[in-house]
Each structure stands twice: as structure tokens, then as C-alpha cells.
Design a binder for this molecule. Structure first.
Ligand code: MN
Ligand code: MN
Ligand code: MN
Length: 291
């Protein structure tokens, strides 16, 4: 059995909430037999330049990417931008707005936790985040460092997860704005991990309709946690709506056992985005069935 699909169109570096530096991530991908890699950090392009250099050294094809946080019908949706031009005008302003939103949210999370009797964790969360925007995983790590919780999961279960006091919603840009920015940068806009929003398929179809109306391109169909039934239903939806499809590991850290670079359920599709992004590597898809 093959351990790697040979490509991976969704992963994270330390530029957002991953644990590996972009160059180390690219090296790990090369070691995992990944020939085509898209770096898709949350709401930042800061890792792309370092990844590009490493990819050139390793002989890997790097696709410039991003995973944008946005709102659709008051739900937080993750939108992948693949094949974007990081130099395109508009990114600077768009990403600055997101950074300010995240910073404001971090302050709010910290003060809400203080109101519940916890110490002020903002400075420590910032330190954990380093150059990356402060998010809930950084607060979880800060809690762990202070011995307030035994595991990051416990931090989410008790304080930061959905419905908990630290689950602060920010007014992210809406789906159409995120699609517009990706398209303005020449990229493809795809809904990431569509079955992870706890939506019915009826609602998901409405999301896809709005995505297409906004000029978007498709959906991710294979990723960790997708069931064979989900995969089949997503491919069927993509087929009916003539969507582009992608796949990726959503890799964040070598410590996460359930995900590894280049690992996700195999499938075949005529409208695999890899064929459009780098036709010279489309041959990788022929062997994917062996995964
Ligand atoms: Mn993440
Ligand atoms: Mn995501
Ligand atoms: Mn992701």
C-alpha cells in the first residue's frame, strides 16, 4: 500500500497554527513522497516565500495557497485559495483587516477568561504564537504551560471550544469577499473540508450555490475524517455542479497521529484541480487508486 498520494493541496506551517517552519514542512513533504504541495496557512501568506525556496531545493512543485476564514449565513467557513499570486494587489489590505480582527478577538478571549477567574493569558498566548496571529490553539498552549489544563483538548473542552466562554466570534469577511480576493489574485476558491461544518447536505448545496454565484470554483472532497459516504456524496455534488475538486491532509503537526502529509482517501475525478494547476503532474492521479 502506498503511504502517500504524491500530492497534498492543504497544509499548515508555523506561519499560522502549524508547528513546522515552512522549510521544514517542505522537507517533510519531500520525505513523504509528496511531489506537489500547496501551503495553505490560515489567513496569511507569510510562509510562502520560505516554502518556495525550500521547494526549489527539494525539487518539489509548490502551489501558493491560503485558507481564508469567512462567514456564510453566520457560520464560519474555511475557503481554500489555490494557485494564488501572493504579489497580487489587495492581499495586503485584506490580510491586515483579518489580522486586526484576530487581534481584537484575542483580547476579547483573554478578558472573558479573566472574568471567569483565570489569569490573563494574552501575553503568553502571543508568545506561543510567535509571528503568527494569536488564536485559540495558542491560548490552549498557554493554559497547558501554566498547568491550568492537562491537555490542549481539555482547554478546548472546558474553555475555548464551541459554546465555551472563550469561543469568541469575530465578524470575519463574508464568503463573497473572500472569493473575490482569491479570484483577484488569480487563484481557485474551494470550500475546505465541507463535512466539518455540521451542515446538512441541503445546506451544503446552498453554500455551493452561493460560492458559484460569487465566482468560486469548487470543494475539497478528500481530507482526514472524510467517510467513504461523504467522499462519494461530495464527488456527486461536484459532478452535478461542475465543480473543481481538491484533496489534502490539513497537516498541522507531526504529533497529530490522524494526519500525515500526502495521506487522504483516494478517489478519481475528471475535474481534479491538480490537472488544472499543474497538468505536468496529472500523472500522480493515475496511481492514486493504489493508496
Ligand atoms: Mn488550523
Ligand atoms: Mn480549516
Ligand atoms: Mn486547514
Amino acid at each position: 500500500m502506498k503511504q502517500s498520494a504524491g500530492y497534498d493541496l492543504h497544509c499548515h506551517s508555523r506561519a499560522s497554527d502549524g508547528t513546522l517552519a515552512p522549510a521544514a514542512l517542505v522537507k517533510a513533504a519531500a520525505a513523504a513522497d509528496v511531489r506537489v504541495l500547496a501551503l495553505t496557512d490560515h489567513d496569511t501568506l507569510a510562509g510562502l516565500q520560505e516554502a518556495r525556496q525550500a521547494a526549489d531545493n527539494e525539487g518539489i512543485r509548490l502551489i501558493d495557497g491560503v485558507e481564508l476564514t469567512c462567514l456564510w449565513q453566520r457560520r464560519v467557513i474555511h475557503l481554500l485559495g489555490l494557485g494564488i499570486d501572493p504579489q497580487a494587489p489587495g492581499w495586503h489590505c485584506y490580510l491586515n483587516t483579518l489580522r486586526a480582527l484576530r487581534e481584537g478577538r484575542a483580547e476579547k478571549i483573554a478578558s472573558k477568561l479573566v472574568a471567569r477567574g483565570l489569569p490573563d493569558l494574552l501575553a503568553e498566548a502571543r508568545e506561543v504564537a510567535g509571528r503568527a496571529p494569536v488564536g485559540r490553539p495558542h491560548f490552549a498552549q498557554a493554559m497547558l504551560n501554566r498547568g491550568l489544563v492537562a491537555t490542549p483538548q481539555q482547554a478546548f473542552d472546558s474553555w475555548l471550544g464551541q459554546g465555551q466562554v472563550g469561543d469568541v466570534k469575530a465578524q470575519w469577511p463574508d464568503l463573497a469577499a473572500a472569493v473575490e480576493q482569491i479570484k483577484a489574485a488569480g487563484g481557485y476558491a474551494l470550500v475546505a473540508h465541507p463535512t466539518k461544518y455540521k451542515m446538512t447536505f441541503t445546506r451544503l448545496r446552498a453554500l455551493v450555490a452561493d460560492l458559484l454565484a460569487a465566482g468560486g470554483d469548487g470543494i475539497e472532497v478528500s481530507y482526514p475524517g472524510v467517510t467513504p459516504n461523504h467522499l462519494r456524496d461530495l464527488l456527486q455534488l461536484a459532478d452535478r455542479q461542475s465543480l473543481w475538486v481538491s484533496a489534502g491532509s490539513d497537516f498541522h503537526s507531526p504529533l497529530q497521529r490522524w494526519t500525515a502529509l500526502g495521506r487522504f482517501a483516494a478517489f478519481s475525478s475528471e475535474r481534479h484541480l491538480l490537472k488544472r494547476l499543474c497538468p505536468e503532474h496529472a500523472g500522480l492521479l493515475d496511481t492514486a487508486g493504489q493508496l
